[in-house]
Design a protein around this ligand. Sequence first.
Ligand SMILES: Cc1cc2nc3c(=O)[nH]c(=O)nc-3n(C[C@H](O)[C@H](O)[C@H](O)COP(=O)(O)OP(=O)(O)OC[C@H]3O[C@@H](n4cnc5c(N)ncnc54)[C@H](O)[C@@H]3O)c2cc1C
Length: 808
Amino acid sequence: MMKDHYRVIVIGGGIVGASVLYHLARRGWTDIALIERADLTAGSTWHAAAGFHSVNDDPNIAALQSYTIQLYGEIEAESGVNVGLRMPGGYSLATTPDRLEWLRSSAAIHQTIGIETRLASTEEIVSNCPIVDSRGLLGGLFDPHEGAVDPHGATHAFVTAARRRGADVILHNCVRALGRLPGGEWQLGTEQGAIVAEHVVNAAGLWARRVGRMAGVDLPLTPMQHHYLITDDLPELLGRIDEMPCVTDLEGFTYLQQERKGVLLGVYERNPRHWQVDGADWDFGRELLPEDIDRIAPELMIGLTRFPSLSSVGIRRWVNGAFTFTPDGNPLVGPVPRIRNFWAACGCMGGFSQGGAIGLVLANWLIDGDPGLDVYGMDVARYGAFASNDWYLRETTAQFYARRFVMAYRNEELPAGRPQRTTPAYDAQKALGARFGVVWGMETPQYYAVGESEFVDLPSPRRSPAERFVAAEVAATRTAAGLLDTSVYARYQVRGPGAARWLDWLIAAHLPALDRIRLAPMLNPMGRLMGDLTIARLETDCFWLVGSYHLQEWHLRWFRDHAPPSGVAIENISESWIGFSLSGPKSREILERLTRADISDAALPFLGCRTVDIGFSRAVVGRLSLTGELGYEITVRASEQRALWQALLNLGTDLGLKPIGLRAQDSLRLEKGYGVWSLEYTAAHTPAECGLDRYVAFEKGEFIGRAAALAVRDDEPARRLVLLAVEALDADATGHEPVYSGSRRVGHVTSGAYGHHVRQSLALAYVDRDIASAPTPLTVVVLGTPRPARILAEPPYDPRGLKLRAAV
Ligand SMILES: Cc1cc2nc3c(=O)[nH]c(=O)nc-3n(C[C@H](O)[C@H](O)[C@H](O)COP(=O)(O)OP(=O)(O)OC[C@H]3O[C@@H](n4cnc5c(N)ncnc54)[C@H](O)[C@@H]3O)c2cc1C
């Protein structure tokens, strides 16, 4: 019986919606219902190959995938519904030396995540998977947690268990409209009548974009076609008792799993096709799409070469179905920014690896106000409106699909959806040789290939040839000055009477005095980090908060959730105010050429800020830098950024000023041991672990997260952030590499780079507290090879910060 009011309504009875319902019920919420347009599994779920694996590039998502996999046994036991779990493990094949090295490196990184993969020889693979042709095969990676479930059984198991715990399930009832009641609750217009709900969860899979639009949001996801085939019985499998491990031919764009005595072969073709980009039609049934074999023929032929016996048996069934993709292939989960009590649990391309975890995270978030762990990689707020642009979305999702098994390297800049947003200085930077990367849709210089217009940085896990340009930029910054485009900083203006009081509660640090800047960690109620902002006080009641550009929706959602009192206005000025960081020993001299204002150390000391005329602009100038040098962040109206660029270069070049990119900044910041958000600082960490506790003002009175942070204030954290010198060869650590003391794994790297000035490969890493307090010789596994490393007691460049504070 459908009630007319629920606390939570989950729209969609696929594997994801079923898991959300189950996890809410498991947390004890029973005033909840799942509404399904047709029958359970009627979207992508019914015809999925339903394979799963624990491995993912994002360690947090990998951990969640492991959770999903171990849950299958539990829900089968609880519900009594057979989920059809098979877990023979799986091999990822390497057919090039680069791939083998990549797999070796991945295996080391999996140890960091706690996933026990291992390298496997060609002999082992062929012996366990006799249908694999060994020609060109160099080995592979074995993941013991690879397998498949029955998609029908798994979905019904979640729903049955949820029902037993008190949840309602309403089938054959399409939700056609979403509106707000004056009290703020949702009113759902459904085929069976109106229902009111406090929260709505969009788990509508193929229809999720449509359901999002009903609530007023265009979510960045879109359906794409996907083929697999199932063969008749194969002679190699007929007499076999155990199930053959799954096989993914990474260079061959195919995956394969045993299906009764035949196999299922799936294809990730390089020429993918979208399908109903706005979401499926409401009346789309359990239909397959017509096969498009010509389009997938190139990859299919590779598959038939790698698995030759497939050519000699018939094809029992072709499946061409659709499921949804996001630009980075990860799902969209969590509270949808700007739309109160509307939750995303969609955009999931790996429902059988991730569905269980999405349910867990969403239920935690909805009930506790926090997902319980760092889930930024699947947070719906990791995107902004830019990502829902039709062209951008189609290009980036196609790119993701076509590169599903393609190796990605740190120095690689992918072309899809670009250039979407550029700063006014873009063309001028390009003319000087800038090579751009993209941050949240914004083109941003990575380095300047000065004098080598033909230079192309080929993707590689090793130190890139582009490092020679980076080295020159580092040298310029250390000896004269470097000019970095800071359009990749987000800026929020908080203004109005009460702004200081509100910020004092929002931020864990002391607020700065007038004309001053402070580093300002922001905490959540659990005492974990929510931001590493810098905060500048421009007027008594006007502050600028500066943070990472890609966190705009994430931070604004947090600000809104902790809304300021009326009279305090928060404005996102990230697009309208942009500028440069000018740093290096000559930076003051250069800036003095552009202004009559007094910018001496007395007038503009370290961590001071002032509004002064710089060139033709009235600029906000803050004295700080991430390079460890005397430096200024100069921020002007966007329309004046181009002129400022030219003025700085015109008047600075003779003093040695050079434009620099983000790669140089990385090298420079690591020489100082400075962390950044997303790498060293994340929502998984406390300020004590990463050293930001020195900015936490426990004594100032109440602020968000104070009680939790106070409770552990005197405890030594279990792990600490340290700076490592790594005896690297031709590759630097990039992140997630395990750190060992002897045979004991004691931590993992968060980021690494070559310190060009100090001539040392450097890495920041979290290590166990005993290791941090009594440093011993360590090893870091870089590209699968253990390299000696040691903890640096102090940063190798200017440990006392004299340059940064340069008073003269
Ligand atoms: C050919 C193919 C092979 C695949 N292979 C794999 C694989 O091996 N491993 C893997 O993990 N994934 C695989 N997938 C992907 C997998 O199917 C999806 O990740 C998963 O099914 C997504 O589940 P979902 O619950 O998000 O969406 P869906 O299954 O699409 O469910 C959404 C549900 O919402 C309902 N709904 C929508 N709008 C409304 C509304 N307005 N009112 C009421 N109900 C509504 C729909 O009827 C539907 O039942 C494959 C998919 C295909 C097509």
